[in-house]
Write a protein that binds this ligand. Structure first.
Ligand SMILES: [Zn+2]
Length: 600
């Protein structure tokens, strides 16, 4: 896959550079975790992949920004692994059975597998984790190991019991953690009641409680973390509680004023937190939390609620929610001199259509999701417009291209700002984007400018010009196909179907297919269009690919995994197309497994 090895500023974006750095590091780290110590059998795949992903995440975190890296990884986990874990394809990090092992190179094995390593590090602390890794390398060098061998090293190096923790490897599904808080001024106590449950997944109806490390802080009104004294335990060494039962109560003493709870800091556990926090608490944490991840998380949960209300409001004919307090808090972050620029850029990226659909959960109307999101996003952008113009002005390209943290951060801020400027004022956005595209100094600028105006009527013309400049570069043809498929305007499936007959498209090159057909799959309102055409076009592609490359066909088939989230009419259309695929003569086991699991 040369996309992940070769790059020049004229053809590769900052994201491509970061991906190359990550992938090369990953493959290098496999020298120990994968090659010198390999897996006893395929069921242990997470032993090498989850652990090696964790190692490459830590590498990137060390050489770039820690909070930014954590936010990006959690975003990936939620976009790729959560839908898998909550849908028909859910399986444990260590699967108990499989039809086709190629179908198990999954986000659960890789990304959730990495989260399990991270949780063990959180539970025993970095020094003990380092000791455990050294022990693992000494004890098993040259061997074919199992997950049990690895976890035993964690236990032996730390003296901790990992019996319950091991369930994370065997039990599928994303645990839901519910939180209630109560402050009592008279006794100066803050009571935290936490309960957990994991919804049933295919083949696993009964779930046991998990061992969940929850990093936390109690934040006073000035934004300082209060000392944590847990009743019955005393002062906590690490700001962490361990949830092991279905329900536990933690009582913190010496808390005079009502604090704001900051829970699951740094995303210490891959769970879904449902708390009784109020909008005011989220607004406060957005600006004041000492944990960078939770500043972003507070903004996201607030934004998700607002965007859900906007989408469901279209169904119920209620007015657009008031986003001004949220927009103003975002404005404070933009003006915060202490926050780094890549972090600010991430704060400006509002929840995606898929995030909003997942948050609504059932009977989703994808047109309402898009329309509500566009309307609310414009209203937020209009509040922020002067700040966005300023952010745009101070991030102009100066000097030669460098894919370092500073250059990358500056450009991500520039195009996050441009995208919102275009949402507030289409003409202004187009004017700036055209100026960028007139003489682009590097590919990050070209892609950033195109993405910023992809929702405008000028998108198709600008994409044609992009193709005219770059039609000889196969990596850029892929980018052109992906952007064309993602245009968030009506007619997406027809555009994609027409492009399958374009002379530059070919069914036999996986990256072409991922760009175009996969691009449609990630275009929420296009793929889940009410007329069923998105489903039909992808089903046609799967049937065609089945005969050419079953693995690619199976990967495209996973696009259907969230079909049950949608309204009855859409579900019926999706089901009809999946049945058509299953009834195809000569269907490969790869596709058969994915589609039948998705249907049942
Ligand atoms: Zn790997």
């Amino acid at each position: 896959n040369d996309r992940l090895v070769l790059a020049s500023p004229e053809t590769a974006t900052d994201q491509n550079y970061a991906d190359i750095e990550r992938v090369i590091a990953h493959e290098y780290f496999h020298n120990w975790t994968g090659n010198r110590i390999t897996c006893r059998d395929w069921f242990q795949l997470c032993l090498k992949e989850g652990l090696t992903v964790f190692r490459d995440q830590e590498f990137t975190s060390d050489v770039r920004s820690q909070a930014v890296k954590r936010i990006e990884d959690v975003r990936t986990l939620r976009a790729r692994q959560y839908p898998e874990d909550q849908g028909p394809l859910a399986h444990p990090v260590r699967p108990a059975s499989y039809i086709e092992i190629n179908n198990f190179y999954t986000p659960t094995v890789y990304e959730k597998g990495a989260e399990l390593c991270r949780m063990m590090q959180t539970l025993i602390g970095k020094p003990a984790f380092r000791k455990a890794m050294d022990l693992y390398f000494v004890r098993h060098d040259g061997e074919a190991a199992t997950v049990e061998d690895f976890v035993r090293c964690m236990a032996d190096a730390s003296g901790r019991d990992f019996t319950q923790f091991f369930r994370w490897y065997e039990q599928a599904g994303t645990p839901v953690v519910e939180v209630e808080t109560k402050h009592d001024a008279a006794t100066q106590t803050f009571e935290l009641t936490v309960s957990q449950s994991t919804p049933p997944t295919p083949g696993q109806t009964e779930k046991l409680p998990q061992h969940i490390p929850l990093a936390l802080g109690l934040v006073d009104p000035r934004g300082n973390d209060l000392p944590l004294h847990l009743e019955g335990v005393g002062a906590l060494n690490a700001p962490l509680v361990e949830l092991t039962s279905a329900r536990q109560v933690y009582r913190f003493t010496g808390i005079a004023q009502r604090p704001v709870l900051s829970l699951n800091r740094g995303f210490s556990a891959p769970v879904i937190v449902r708390s009784d926090a109020k909008a005011a608490d989220h607004l406060f944490l957005m600006g004041r939390d000492s944990d960078g991840f939770n500043r972003w998380e507070s903004a996201q949960s607030l934004a998700r609620d607002l965007f859900c209300a906007a989408a469901t409001g279209l169904r119920d004919a209620t007015p657009l929610p008031d986003a001004r307090p949220f927009a103003e808090a975002l404005g404070h972050t933009l003006s915060d001199p202490k926050a780094d620029v890549a972090f600010k850029a991430l704060m400006l990226e509002l929840p995606s259509e898929a995030d909003i659909a997942a948050r609504i959960g059932t009977d989703v109307n994808s047109d309402h999701v898009r329309e509500g999101r566009n309307a609310l996003r414009s209203s937020i952008a209009r509040v922020l417009l002067p700040l966005l113009e300023n952010a745009y002005a101070v991030t102009a390209e100066a000097g030669g291209y460098r894919a370092d943290t500073r250059g990358t951060g500056r450009r991500s801020m520039r195009f996050a700002a441009l995208s919102l400027i275009a949402a507030a004022d289409t003409e202004r956005g187009l004017y700036l984007a055209r100026a960028e595209l007139a003489q682009p100094a590097n590919m990050t600028i070209e892609i950033g400018a195109l993405q910023a105006v992809l929702a405008t009527s000028a998108a198709e013309t600008l994409l044609e010009q992009f193709l005219a400049r770059h039609r000889d570069d196969h990596l850029l043809v892929d980018k052109w196909l992906a952007l064309s498929a993602q245009i968030p305007l009506p007619g997406a499936s027809a555009r994609v179907e027409a492009l399958t007959t374009h002379p530059l498209f070919t069914w036999t090159t996986p990256n072409r297919v991922y760009a175009l057909v996969g691009g449609l799959g990630s275009n929420l309102a296009g793929f889940h269009a009410a007329d069923g055409e998105g489903y039909r076009v992808v089903a046609d592609a799967i049937i065609r690919l089945n005969a050419i490359n079953p693995q690619v066909a199976a990967r495209m088939a996973t696009g259907f995994r969230s079909w049950r989230q949608f309204d009855p009419a859409r579900r019926a259309q999706a089901e009809r197309q999946m049945r058509r695929v299953v009834e195809t003569p000569g269907l490969s086991p790869d596709v058969f497994e994915i589609i039948t699991r998705t249907l049942n």
